[in-house]
Ligand binder design. Structure first.
Ligand SMILES: [Zn+2]
Length: 152
């Protein structure tokens, strides 16, 4: 699979009730041989103790004469374990983005794991993980810049 990404816009919202940090959401587009394949959203709150991030993917056909029925939503939870960064497919219906106007179906974990679609999903997150420079405040990513220690 030969994929390319095109980073789109981003947004911050919050502040988070627990820590006062702003939650960050970035999004962008994935192409396979110049054909649009997916839109991705990554959402995390820099500075959280448990450094979870949610990855929402909308995968399918895009462009004129397509609609939500041509696309599915897949969601992953990202976390840095002792063994390194890890992605777990979760039930996409639990994610607000997935049940919006972009895709007609939010896939459950069992509908993704072990299927051909799973290869596409992990191909997409690999590509974004390695090549979207905006992930540099997300621990575990190749470009991660740890915040400077606070001097009390
Ligand atoms: Zn917080």
């Amino acid at each position: 699979m030969k994929l390319q990404i095109n980073p789109g816009d981003q947004k911050t919202f919050g502040p988070c009730e627990c820590c006062g940090n702003l939650t960050r959401r970035i999004w962008g587009y994935v192409y396979e041989l110049e054909t649009p394949l997916a839109t991705y959203f990554v959402e995390w709150t820099p500075g959280h103790d448990e450094q979870d991030a949610y990855w929402d993917l909308i995968i399918g056909k895009w462009g004129e004469d397509t609609g939500p029925e041509d696309r599915v939503a897949v969601a992953l939870a990202y976390r840095v374990l002792e063994s390194g960064p890890s992605f777990m497919v979760i039930d996409a219906a639990t994610r607000r983005l997935a049940t919006g106007a972009l895709a007609s179906r939010a896939l459950q974990r069992e509908e993704v794991i072990g299927t051909e679609l799973a290869q596409t999903v992990f191909g997409i997150v690999d590509e974004v993980f390695l090549h979207d420079p905006r992930l540099n405040t997300l621990p575990g990513t190749p470009g991660y810049l740890a915040p400077a220690p606070v001097d009390y």
